[in-house]
Design a protein around this ligand. Structure first.
Ligand code: ATP
Length: 239
């Protein structure tokens, strides 16, 4: 059984349908990427999974449970955690305080488990550890992105949703973010990633889906899609 199973899902904004019967799965332990042009429906898919936008048709099943109509905060308790788009760190709070906000909804079994999770985030992001007392608003764009991902990890996600984590960052930082996303996945967290940066995302994904104007038009192992001439032509900037 897949961890996440979306079947024939349509999502509309008013009278305009943005997704037309999308089906996709994410298996336990996978890193799965959605790629597609602007407006293809990637963010809308993420919103439907996190519960911010209700589907008009179809179903979303998480770990065997139908969550199609479940409220977003209850999905968080199920372990579906999204690092927000545009980062959304709290500018006046320190790095540590921002991280703490990531687990306010979670009742840790013990203080030790909480401390272990925080230590783990600081291990993944040494930059955050160095700057633990700095306020979020004065961090660089890349550091804020790390903080947003670190904050999501504080909730110990079973499914981590990342919406364009590389957006607006310099190439060196992008490479670093992708390495860390791979590492998080290698350590056992299932990840659903939305990315414009198709080259890096596909090369690190177990599988990927290509969305075009609200439909899945291709899917397969990341490396297979990387080699697919149609994908190359449309998304990798090489014919
Ligand atoms: P991008 O890479 O530009 O973020 P995307 O693939 O994430 O694109 P979505 O943001 O999911 O695409 O948008 C899919 C379609 O839904 C687009 O046509 C968009 O204009 C429309 N849409 C998105 N949000 C809204 C909204 N709040 N109200 C109305 N239409 C919306």
């Amino acid at each position: 059984m897949a961890l996440l199973e979306i079947t024939d899902m349509s999502v509309a904004y008013g009278r305009i349908e943005a997704l037309h019967g999308v089906s996709l799965t994410v298996e336990q332990g996978e890193l799965v990427t959605l790629i597609g042009a602007n407006g293809a429906g990637k963010t809308t898919t993420m919103r439907a999974v996190s519960g911010l936008r209700a589907p008009s048709r179809g179903s979303i099943v998480f770990d065997g449970k139908d969550i199609t109509r479940m409220k977003p905060h209850l999905r968080v308790l199920e372990g579906i955690i999204q690092a927000p788009e545009g980062r959304g760190v709290f500018p006046g709070m320190t790095v540590t305080e921002n991280l703490e906000m990531g687990c306010y909804a979670r009742t840790f079994e013990s203080k030790a488990q909480h401390d272990e999770t925080l230590d783990h985030v600081f291990e993944l992001f040494p930059r955050l550890a160095e700057r633990r007392d700095q306020v979020g608003g004065t961090m660089s764009g890349g550091e804020q992105q790390m903080l947003a991902i670190g904050r999501a990890l504080m909730a110990r996600p079973r499914l981590l949703l990342l919406d364009e984590p590389s957006m607006g960052l310099a190439p060196m930082i992008i490479a670093q973010i992708f390495r860390i996303v791979s590492e998080i996945n290698a350590q056992g967290t299932t990840v659903l990633l939305v990315e414009q940066n198709a080259q890096q995302a596909l090369s690190r994904s177990h599988r990927a889906y290509v969305l075009e104007t609200g439909n899945v038009v291709r899917s397969g192992p990341g490396r297979e899609l990387l080699a697919d001439p149609a994908v190359k032509d449309a998304y990798l900037g090489v014919a």
